[in-house]
Design a protein around this ligand. Structure first.
Ligand SMILES: Cc1cc2nc3c(=O)[nH]c(=O)nc-3n(C[C@H](O)[C@H](O)[C@H](O)COP(=O)(O)O)c2cc1C
Length: 189
């Protein structure tokens, strides 16, 4: 059975930089038998966590929105890539809402934090930004998001910041090429 890569795009721009890089990733991993699904969460209804704590009692989020299908998509994936442009020094609001909803996949039992993130054993964070020096400026955001995904029990993590690139430039950009190579390495190709 082919392995599954889920790319969650937090950009509202369907033909933006993140979308262009996501396509390149999908083409690359296909050569190695990976099946990729790219999901544009900005086209979905995913509300913020309401802190109602229902999930702590039932194991399920009480909100019946598009996150319901995303829980299934995450859990059935071997690798997860979270892609987001930087908006005012952070990931987009839509991506933040999506990540906050991971809370329903965490439960506390006898003082232990138990996470049900399904099959995901590898993850990567892809950030893009307009500022050419964004690789330096937003390193802290990359570190924070990497730590968040690590806290979901994912052992094998990578990430990058692609700065100052337009959608039609991504295929020729050296940092994008390096990132694609690093994903090959992470996936053991
Ligand atoms: C509302 C908004 C806020 C932004 N804030 C920043 C920022 O703080 N720093 C930065 O370097 N670029 C910023 N940008 C630029 C985007 O991060 C950059 O163009 C990104 O690559 C767009 O990705 P996309 O085409 O996938 O949407 C901002 C863009 C928008 C629309």
């Amino acid at each position: 059975m082919s392995k599954k890569l889920l790319i969650v795009n937090g950009s509202p721009r369907k033909n933006g930089v993140d979308a262009a890089i996501a396509k390149l990733i999908a083409e690359r991993v296909k050569e190695h038998g990976f099946e990729t699904e790219i999901v544009n969460i900005c086209e979905m209804k995913i509300g913020g966590c309401r802190a109602c704590m229902a999930c702590k009692k039932t194991g399920r989020c009480a909100q019946d929105d598009d996150m319901t299908q995303m829980y299934e998509k995450i859990r059935s994936s071997d690798m997860l890539i979270l892609a987001s442009p930087i908006y005012f020094g952070a990931e987009t609001g839509q991506m933040k809402c999506f990540i906050d909803r991971f809370y329903a996949m965490v439960k506390m039992q006898d003082g232990q934090r138990l996470v049900n993130f399904g099959n995901v054993s590898k993850a990567s964070i892809l950030l893009t930004c307009g500022a050419p020096d964004g690789g330096m400026t937003y390193g802290g955001i990359l570190a924070r998001l990497t730590k968040t995904v690590k806290s979901m029990g994912v052992p094998d993590l990578s990430g990058t910041i692609i700065a100052g690139v337009q959608p039609d430039q991504v295929a020729e950009n050296d940092n994008v090429k390096d990132y694609l190579d690093s994903l090959d390495f992470q996936l053991g190709f």
